[in-house]
Design a protein around this ligand. Structure first.
Ligand code: FES
Length: 158
């Protein structure tokens, strides 16, 4: 029996591109790591800082955020909002002690089943090398006491 650490990865994906790309990965029978659980959003424009923190607080070792390529968003600019938020989140997450290498931000279209497999495999390998995310309890404690403040800070920053 193997005792190798198996990371738990949560993927926030948009319905129109990456979710369809992930589906194509399956229908094309491309093998990839089974460590990922997908949460489907209408658009990556929905992603916010609290969702990332809650993923870690609830036991994820890594997170993927993936949507349509620039200029392909079905809601015009949701992926640009997501990218802008990601630039802000990085600093906040770093401040909170979350290693940003645990978060993969990518664009995967509905035709890129092979790319989805690559993104998942790379994220799993990177997070496996980092080890389990033992700090998640710290994030959970922080969340419990500061959710309102964090949401207000995010609104102001955006
Ligand atoms: Fe895919 Fe907006 S619809 S990122």
């Amino acid at each position: 029996m193997s005792t190798e650490f198996e990371p738990k990865i949560l993927a926030f994906v948009c319905n129109w591109c990456t979710y369809a790309g992930a589906d194509l990965t399956g229908t094309s029978r491309i093998k990839y790591a089974s460590n990922v659980k997908i949460v489907r959003f209408p658009c990556t424009g929905r992603i916010d800082f609290m969702l990332l923190l809650k993923a870690f607080a609830n036991g994820s070792d890594g997170v993927i955020v993936s949507g349509c390529h620039p200029n392909d968003c079905h809601y015009t600019s949701g992926n640009f909002h997501a990218r802008r938020r990601w630039m802000l989140f990085r600093g906040l997450l770093d401040f909170l002690g979350v290693d940003v290498r645990r978060i993969q931000f990518s664009w995967v279209s509905a035709a890129e089943g092979a790319k989805w497999a690559e993104v998942v495999n790379k994220t799993v390998a990177d997070v496996r090398a980092l080890g389990p995310y033992a700090e998640y309890k710290k994030a959970a404690k922080f969340l419990a006491g500061n959710e309102d403040v964090l949401l207000k800070a995010q609104e102001v920053a955006l």
